[in-house]
Design a protein around this ligand. Structure first.
Ligand code: ADP
Ligand code: ZN
Length: 210
């Protein structure tokens, strides 16, 4: 299955991608995670992306398209994949089409802006392995410590409240038009994001069948 997850930053794409990729044994590919990893490793691409990311802006299309092209060429993508955070603009979606990638389903997780702002303030990530947590919805066993690797949990710079507003604006202006783009080919399904992760997952799985 080749699946795209759409939704505002903080709508829960990453969390759902993790659950669904385990269920179907396909990789979840997050451009955000790939960029943060590159940044941590001090690669040229990472450094180029940093300023955009910190300000809540999108990294230029050619950079992320290159990242995705490279990633999708890997062996583990043969039986399908979940794209989390790509495409985020119409040109990125067109590039995916031009690569000959045939997407089966696009699921948009809908969460009102007010809720997003509230959620983002509780979000934490592991400094070491990138695993994500939430102070209300997905607490680590031990406060501020990663369950998976023991790393410290920190707030991403771009999760600061002022930056979240900018990211929402970018989402509505540049990413939301993708819903129309994929609705035209009949691939779009929308799901209301729920308080409980498992409830959203249930709706998502139903949307994949429909
Ligand atoms: P979230 O889904 O929580 O917004 P991500 O981790 O997906 O966060 O992305 C964080 C940042 O990485 C974005 O704000 C943007 O700067 C950059 N980024 C990730 N994916 C893309 C993309 N497809 N196009 C452009 N920029 C991207
Ligand atoms: Zn960790």
């Amino acid at each position: 299955m080749k699946l795209i997850l759409l939704g505002a930053p903080g709508a829960g794409k990453g969390t759902q991608a993790e659950v669904i990729c385990n269920k179907f044994s396909i990789p979840a590919i997050s451009t955000g995670n790939i960029i943060r990893e590159a940044l941590k490793n001090g690669t040229e691409m990472g450094l180029k992306a940093k300023s955009y990311m910190d300000e809540g802006k999108l990294v230029p299309d050619d950079v992320v398209i290159g990242i995705i092209q490279e990633r999708l060429a890997k062996d583990d993508c043969k039986n399908g994949f979940i794209l989390d955070g790509f495409p985020r603009t119409i040109p990125q979606a067109e590039a995916l089409d031009a690569m000959g990638v045939e997407i089966d389903r696009v699921v948009s997780i809908e969460v009102p802006d007010e809720k997003i702002v509230e959620r983002m303030s509780g979000r934490r990530v592991c400094e070491k392995c990138g695993a994500s947590y939430h102070m209300l919805y997905k607490k680590p066993a031990k406060e501020d410590v990663c369950d998976a690797c023991g790393g410290a949990l920190i707030r991403r710079k771009d999760d600061a409240p002022e930056t979240v507003q900018d990211r929402l604006k970018v989402y509505h202006e540049q990413t939301e038009p993708l819903k129309d783009y994929y609705a035209k080919s009949g691939k779009l399904r929308t799901v209301e994001g729920q308080e409980e992760v498992a409830d959203t997952t249930r709706l998502m799985l139903a949307a994949l069948e429909a």
